[in-house]
Ligand binder design. Structure first.
Ligand SMILES: [Fe+2]
Length: 276
């Protein structure tokens, strides 16, 4: 993984007065075979719909983040599909792994997307890997925690957004809360050492949520394919539509965000499916 920060300054003239727009897409769960489905939903088609909406309505972008579960079948071809699809978007894209991913394949297929720190004027985004190989739950290793601490320490005047895959606090869904980040206290310890973090975004839960962790706003974002029902004790798919998140960074540290959905009609999810 590349640890040197990438600085996206080419479009902005006055860095300390510039606003930045970042989009988050998450959990596309692509397959090698673009005809394959997840719970009856063709994940390639729904991602295409999301990207078409972005192309149509969100042309002024500084970057796009893909926050895990890029693939569903661990195949090299699924990552190539994602890379090719994202070429349609006129902005750099950055990837971080989820529980379904193979980081070595992500790195091999799209090395320039594997940044850990993105600088946007007086903002930075720190992308962390919460994956535990072979497991569904998340964990922040000492290496990731040290990287976060160092990005915050070296940029005390930069407002910071954290991005990772797993949720850092329970979301009132028993089955999902058993597979959340397993060491949120370690994350909290780093967060409380600094005062320049403005928010956290994650994927994994396949639903839109806003809550707080360590007094920070946390935003969960719908998958680009199948959604999970909020508040469910056992696995339950939802008929809500695929979507993505828009994040606007202001020079004073203000962070504004909203979710955009595609399609009008409910999703025709296979309700007999008992897990993913
Ligand atoms: Fe997922």
């Amino acid at each position: 993984m590349q640890c040197l920060p990438v600085e996206l300054i080419q479009k902005k003239q006055t860095m300390n007065t510039a606003r930045f727009r970042v989009l988050q897409i998450t959990d596309p769960h692509l397959f090698a075979n673009s005809g394959s489905t997840l719970m009856g939903i063709n994940t390639s088609v729904t991602l295409d719909e999301v990207l078409a909406k972005i192309q149509k309505d969100y042309q002024e972008l500084d970057c796009l983040l893909v926050t895990g579960d890029l693939t569903h079948d661990d195949s090299e071809a699924s990552y190539r599909h994602l890379k090719e699809k994202l070429m349609a978007i006129d902005a750099p894209n950055y990837w971080l792994p989820g529980n379904h991913d193979q980081p070595h394949l992500m790195e091999a297929i799209n090395p320039s997307a594997m940044q850990k720190q993105i600088i946007l004027g007086n903002w930075q985004i720190v992308l962390l890997n919460t994956q535990v190989a072979g497991k569904i739950h998340g964990y922040l290793s000492e290496t990731e925690l040290e990287l976060l601490d160092s990005c915050l320490q070296q940029n005390p005047d930069r407002h910071t957004l954290l991005a990772f895959h797993h949720h850092p606090a329970p979301i009132n869904s028993r089955w999902m809360d058993q597979i959340m980040l397993e060491n949120p206290d370690d994350l909290a310890r780093i967060i409380f050492r600094h005062n320049n973090i403005r928010g956290i975004i994650h994927g994994h839960v396949h639903q839109a949520r806003q809550y707080r962790f360590c007094d920070l706003p946390v935003m969960a974002t719908p998958s680009t394919c199948v959604q999970f029902a909020p508040g469910a004790d056992e696995f339950l798919a939802d008929t809500r539509q695929p979507g993505f998140r828009v994040l606007d960074f202001f020079p004073n540290g203000q962070l504004e965000s909203h979710v955009v959905r595609v399609r009008q009609e409910p999703m025709n999810v296979d309700s007999k499916s008992n897990g993913y």
